[in-house]
Design a protein around this ligand. Structure first.
Ligand code: NAD
Ligand code: DAU
Length: 349
């Protein structure tokens, strides 16, 4: 039996990874460690909460003795590390929280592995990271695994730092590690601070859809279940010491994406064509806004046989359906602290 620690498993991507691992590998014991910040939500895991191979532990990865205690209690042989502060705009307002969780928290996990593992067969520290560590592209080109790091926001700088530390533990202490850097995810359970669920929520309530700058920034979108499949593949077949880029080969300018989202949502709500488009509102740009991200994922495709399986049109339609069928979920996460977050970010923008 494998004993796997998944951190951040109550968040957006983490909950899909936990569900996949719990359902697909009944002989693995999965322990989900999550602090349950504003972004962590046990409602995301309702369907598997009683699975015999699943345990939830509430806790903070910045608390080193707690991590050591969990390693001793469960005898983990591998870690899939997703816990992080993940939102760029929040990192601009409050960088320190990102330094603590994303850097210090990662080092605490690495230390527990280093101190408590004999590095025998089957041990692996799998660090989930982002394409934002590579910086911002111009109109052409793609990020490859060899692209030099050039993080430009406090969020991406903290993730870049954690990537470097993970590699340092591989090179210095021989810890078996693997890293993947993924492009923008979308899909069910994403917290409505990110562009797509924020826009869906505003469309539902006929509120302005804030588009930063001129809406010309480009992101490469990947359906979250495809990311979870890639993580499963790399966890089982990735080469220790290696890095894998994961992307959707699916670039969209923000404005074009929002227009498509408006069209799909209007059709599903049986609203008159153009209703939601009229909500699009250009607002002050994000400070240091990266122009374009685009991933070259040929390494994982060639070496491990993974490729995205969901088209953007399918994935976006399924995402809108999920939010329309889970209005209560949206209501829960947008009451309370979300209201003041939204006011601070958008009211005077
Ligand atoms: P998220 O913000 O939805 O979830 C983060 C989870 O981590 C939450 O459940 C939160 O409670 C937990 N957490 C935060 N601080 C913690 C702490 N100190 N201790 C324990 N748990 C803590 O994030 P996400 O979008 O699901 O991203 C997950 C990971 O994937 C992150 O490492 C992120 O950098 C990376 N990533 C995200 C994307 C994306 O598009 N969302 C793309 C590439 C990589
Ligand atoms: O590329 C991977 C990264 O993608 C992950 O590492 C991050 O965790 C994740 O948050 C995401 O970062 P982005 O900053 O690209 O995602 P976000 O949804 O915040 O923004 C997507 C684009 O939309 C970006 O160009 C900014 C713009 N935007 C965003 C919001 C929230 C708007 O125009 N209006 C908005 O209200």
């Amino acid at each position: 039996m494998k004993h796997i620690l998944i951190t951040g498993g109550a968040g957006f991507i983490g909950s899909h990874v936990v569900r996949l691992m719990v359902n697909k590998y009944p002989d693995y014991q999965i322990v989900n460690l999550d602090k349950l910040t504003y972004a962590g939500n046990l409602e995301n895991l309702k369907d598997i909460e009683h699975a015999p191979n699943y345990i939830f532990e509430k806790g903070d990865i910045v608390n080193a003795p707690l991590i050591d205690g969990l390693f001793k209690k469960y005898n983990f042989d591998s870690v899939i590390h997703l816990a992080a502060e993940s939102h760029v705009d929040r990192s601009i307002s409050n960088p320190l929280e990102f330094i603590k969780t994303n850097i210090e928290g990662t080092v605490n996990l690495l230390n527990s592995c280093r101190n408590l593992w004999s590095y025998g067969e089957g041990h692996l520290f799998y660090h989930i990271s982002t394409d934002e560590v590579y910086g911002s592209l111009g109109k052409n080109g793609f990020f490859t695994e060899e692209t030099a790091y050039d993080p430009r926001s406090p969020y991406s700088a903290s993730k870049a730092s954690s990537d470097h530390l993970v590699r340092a533990y591989y090179n210095t202490y021989g810890l078996p590690v693997v890293i993947s850097n993924c492009s923008n995810n979308y899909g069910p359970n994403q917290f409505p601070e990110k562009l797509i669920p924020l826009a869906i929520n505003n469309i539902l309530h006929m509120k302005p859809i804030p588009v930063y700058g001129k809406g010309e920034n480009v992101r490469d979108w990947l359906y979250v279940l495809d990311h979870a499949q890639a993580i499963d593949t790399i966890f089982h077949r990735g080469v220790p010491g290696d890095t894998y880029n994961i992307g959707g080969n699916n670039e969209w300018k923000n404005l074009d994406l929002i227009r498509l989202l408006c069209k799909i949502t209007d059709e599903k709500l049986m609203r008159k064509e153009g209703t939601s488009q009229s909500l699009i509102t250009f607002v002050k740009d994000r400070a240091g806004h990266d122009l374009r991200y685009a991933i070259d994922s040929s390494k994982i495709q060639k070496e491990l046989g993974w490729s995205p399986s969901v088209t953007f049109e399918e994935g976006l339609a399924e995402t809108v359906d999920w939010y329309l069928n889970n209005l209560e979920w949206m209501e829960h996460v947008t009451s309370g602290a979300y209201q003041s977050y939204y006011r601070e970010q958008y009211e005077e923008r």
